[in-house]
Design a protein around this ligand. Structure first.
Ligand SMILES: NC(=O)c1ccc[n+]([C@@H]2O[C@H](COP(=O)([O-])OP(=O)(O)OC[C@H]3O[C@@H](n4cnc5c(N)ncnc54)[C@H](OP(=O)(O)O)[C@@H]3O)[C@@H](O)[C@H]2O)c1
Length: 250
């Protein structure tokens, strides 16, 4: 290991599963003091064991605006001010336009858009000089995909937030970037309640439209987060690291 994050304090929302968990493992191995969040206490517990290196886990739901202060206070008391904030918690919800209910719409917006905004806003007093904020957007933020109107628009909103946050925080020496994954092998569809058959169908579709003809791995995403978290990306802010096997542009 190159210890690119030696003694850096890192918070990863949605760190008990998928892309966030893969990133937490790499950050901890690279020397970071890692805090993960999620909603599920049991999977947080398992994840902490998998991550090792004295990482901590805190149950915290981004829908609840009052959850951020206790989270960031606990991080400060345990590790100190935050150097790297990975704003990664998110859900997927797919439906034809006619099938979208107000409840579905509100849930996706509350987690993927409003939750992202307040994860960053409430973190500001707890960030170290030179901090790096990374928001997990998606390659589909720039795509039109049938059935994806609500999810896609939240991912585009995240991309817009990255630009606005970066412009506003550059004077405070805080960098803000997006990482946009393509189709990555994680439990996200399962958690959204899709049957195995539907999940296989969606995964096959994404593989077929991805020039590299395969899904990405959480380990491949973690390396991108490490780049954006570390000094290796010191001249990058407001940008978007696209890790999608060529899906968007080829
Ligand atoms: N997988 C892909 O193909 C793909 C592609 C592009 C972008 N992304 C984005 O990548 C991010 C991570 O997704 P993933 O694929 O790794 O899926 P995942 O394995 O389902 O992870 C999602 C994470 O978000 C957390 N989360 C969801 N709602 C939350 C809430 N209200 N409060 C706090 N935490 C919450 C989950 O925690 P609990 O399990 O405890 O609820 C979980 O840790 C998401 O933003 C997603 O949109 C994924």
């Amino acid at each position: 290991m190159s210890f690119k994050l030696k003694n850096k304090v890192a918070v990863i929302t949605g760190g008990n599963s998928g892309i966030g968990l893969g990133t937490a493992k790499l950050f901890a191995a690279e020397g970071a003091k890692v805090t993960i969040t999620g909603r599920n206490a049991a999977t947080i517990e398992t994840a902490i064991t998998e991550i090792g290196y004295d990482a901590i886990g805190i149950v915290s739901d981004v829908i609840n605006i009052n959850s951020f202060e206790p989270l960031y206070e606990r991080v400060k008391d345990t590790f100190g001010k935050i150097d790297v904030l990975v704003v990664n918690a998110g859900i997927v919800s797919l439906s034809p336009i006619e099938g979208v209910t107000e409840e579905m719409f509100d849930q996706v917006i509350d987690i993927n858009y409003k939750g992202v905004f307040f994860t960053v806003q409430k973190a500001l007093p707890y960030l170290n000089n030179g901090a790096s904020i990374i928001i997990t957007s998606s390659t589909v933020a720039n795509k039109g995909l049938s059935g994806g109107s609500v999810y896609l628009s939240t991912k585009a909103a995240e991309r817009a937030l990255v630009r606005a946050f970066a412009a506003e925080l550059v004077g405070k020496n805080i960098r803000v970037n997006a990482l946009s994954p393509g189709s990555i092998d994680t439990p996200i569809f399962k958690k959204a309640g899709f049957a195995q058959e539907q999940e296989d169908e969606m995964n096959n579709f994404f593989v077929s439209v991805t020039p590299m003809k395969r899904a990405g791995t959480v380990e491949e995403m973690a390396k991108g987060f490490l780049f954006l978290a570390s000094d290796d990306s010191s001249y990058m802010t407001g940008g978007d690291l696209l890790l999608d096997g060529g899906f968007r542009d080829l």
